[in-house]
Design a protein around this ligand. Structure first.
Ligand code: G4P
Length: 522
């Protein structure tokens, strides 16, 4: 049997740029859904079932990530959803560790927005190659040159326009594919693209004048020639190395550029890549089944206390029922009910291949960052915990619920929703987050899922660092002398709670033998 190639990717964007619309169109073009509007409808249904997701409804945002798989022309696409809100959590970062490439959606009227940029930086850390989709060209937008220059300058990337819009907004006459020399143009009352590209020999083809207005044609020829001369030519190697981004202009809403985008992912986006691991990177060609958990979601179904660990398969052919050993516990588990996330429904997975994501139901044995493998002889690296930027003290309203609170905090720490720190002195548990929204998620879930009424108070600390030292005695000295600021994280690792980043620097100078880490790799 030949395995179909995999393309495991995520869409990164700022809220409102059109990620949901584009996701829906990708699934639609990929044949995974049949009616436009299903992604949102499904979202609404899902939300209605889960209380804590009320936040999503109220704020109109998507807090959870999910995975959608579709197939087109013999290629299996795994699309990992990343929450797009500006208060995103570590979840978002970690999801990006599980993809081989990303599509960056920008709004033609707005260009690069803060969230796009943040997510892009995460991709850059791992050299994740990016295809750019400039969305909403059916509306008034900024000049294409301005947008391309912004991407090039702000993100320090070579840009290569693959297509060119003929006008925008009221003057929009279509999108010209600079490589295939085809024009997709708006038709009918809805001014949508109906999927019939018109071929030309090149930009000098006289037939273009039959279709475009004289103004449109003149502008297209002039701009496209300038663009082709002024920007880098497409180079697949440079794209895959993360140095160049091909840019497609389109409209997710009106279907422009969507098929081209899928084509680009199929033709240029990398196959599953080797993953950083110890003792050595793991190649997708390896025969041993290995993978890592990049996300754990609890209570997807409020009636069950199960959680689903999302594992990216890195090597080997996974078969249902297989025994895998998580690096966390060391005890092998038999994976009897793995889930593959097809867009429409969840199916039991009999087999999965490198690049695929499988959901593994479990009762809390699997943690974010865990490696799962057949022989327990590798450990994937590079799934960081980030130093929290906001620390809060958790105040319990009913002391009879202490145990439930601890369980809830541990659970959510496990999922990567929040971090939890148990101070060495005193009983005020402290939680840490990297974005404000996580605090709301925490309170809402405590209430809805664990029936624990709690509040949050400012903590006397501002940030946290994981501490370690080559000599255990040095670490012990440090901890003894700073007891009031010491805590343990969920896994029992020592953490120094600091009043400010300045204090971290000050203390680090005084204790040269102690290492202060802002991230902790699991
Ligand atoms: P997001 O997930 O990135 O937050 O964006 P989403 O797809 O929800 O799109 C945000 C808004 O932009 C939506 O309008 C959507 O219809 C619109 N939009 C997306 N792509 C295009 C496009 O190519 N052209 C135009 N003109 N609009 C586009 P909304 O009115 O906020 O939501 P809705 O009521 O239409 O769902």
């Amino acid at each position: 049997m030949t395995i179909s190639p995999r393309r495991t990717f995520a869409i990164i964007s700022h809220p409102d740029a059109g990620k949901t619309t584009l996701t829906e169109k990708l699934l639609y073009f990929g044949g995974a859904i049949h009616l436009a509007g299903e992604v949102k409808a499904r979202g609404a249904n899902r939300r209605a079932r889960s209380d804590w997701m009320k936040i999503e409804q109220q704020r109109g945002i998507s807090v959870t990530s999910s995975v959608m798989t579709f197939e087109r022309n013999g290629i299996t696409f795994n699309l990992l959803d990343t929450p797009g809100h500006e208060d995103f959590s570590e979840d978002t970062y970690r999801t990006l560790t599980a993809v081989d490439s990303a599509v960056m959606v920008i709004d033609a009227a707005k260009g690069i927005e803060p969230q796009t940029r943040k997510l892009f930086e995460v991709c850059r850390l791992r050299n994740v190659p990016i295809i750019t989709f400039v969305n909403k060209v059916d509306r008034e937008g900024r000049a294409p040159f301005e947008l391309l220059d912004e991407v090039a300058e702000m993100l320090q990337l070579d840009v290569c326009p693959m297509s060119w819009p003929v006008g925008m907004g009221g003057e929009f006459e279509g999108v010209y594919d600079l490589y295939a020399n085809t024009l997709s143009r708006p038709e009918g009352d809805s001014r949508e693209y109906l999927g019939k590209p018109i071929p030309f020999t090149d930009l000098n083809d006289p037939k273009l004048a039959d279709i475009l207005t004289p103004d449109g044609l003149e502008k297209l020829v002039e701009e496209a020639e300038l663009a082709q001369g002024g920007y880098a030519a497409f180079d697949a190697e440079s794209y895959r190395a993360g140095n160049l981004t091909p840019v497609y202009f389109g409209s997710a809403l009106k279907d422009f550029g969507v098929a081209e985008l899928i084509g680009a992912l199929a033709d240029y986006a990398p196959e599953p890549r080797p993953q950083p691991a110890e003792p050595a990177p793991v190649s997708p060609d390896g025969t041993e089944v290995t993978g890592f958990v990049f996300k754990v979601q609890a209570n997807m179904d409020p009636n069950h206390r199960d959680r689903i660990a999302f594992m990216r398969l890195c090597s080997g052919v996974f078969k249902r029922g297989m025994k895998l050993t998580p690096s966390g516990s060391g005890k092998p588990i038999a994976v009897h009910s793995p889930i593959l996330f097809f867009a429409q429904n969840r199916e039991l997975a009999d087999e999965a291949f490198p690049g695929d994501i499988i959901g593994i139901p479990n009762h809390g044995t699997l943690r974010v960052g865990d490696t799962l493998s057949e022989k327990a002889d590798v450990r994937f690296t590079g799934l960081p915990n980030f130093a929290p930027e906001i620390l809060r003290r958790v105040v319990l309203k009913d002391f009879a619920k202490t145990k439930q609170l601890r369980k809830a905090l541990d659970d959510m720490a496990e999922e990567g929703v929040t971090q939890v720190f148990y101070p060495d002195i005193g009983s005020n548990w402290i939680i840490g987050v990297v974005g404000q929204l996580q605090l709301e998620v925490l309170l809402s879930r405590l209430d809805a899922e664990y029936k624990v009424a709690a509040g949050l108070e400012p903590a006397p600390f501002d940030t946290a660092r994981w501490v370690s030292a080559a000599e255990p005695a040095d670490l012990k000295d440090f901890m003894d002398q700073n007891r009031g600021a010491m805590a343990k994280d969920r896994d029992g690792n020592p953490v120094f709670l600091a009043k400010s980043a300045w204090e971290v620097g000050y203390i680090a100078d005084r204790y040269a033998k102690v290492k202060f880490a802002a991230t902790r790799e699991r």
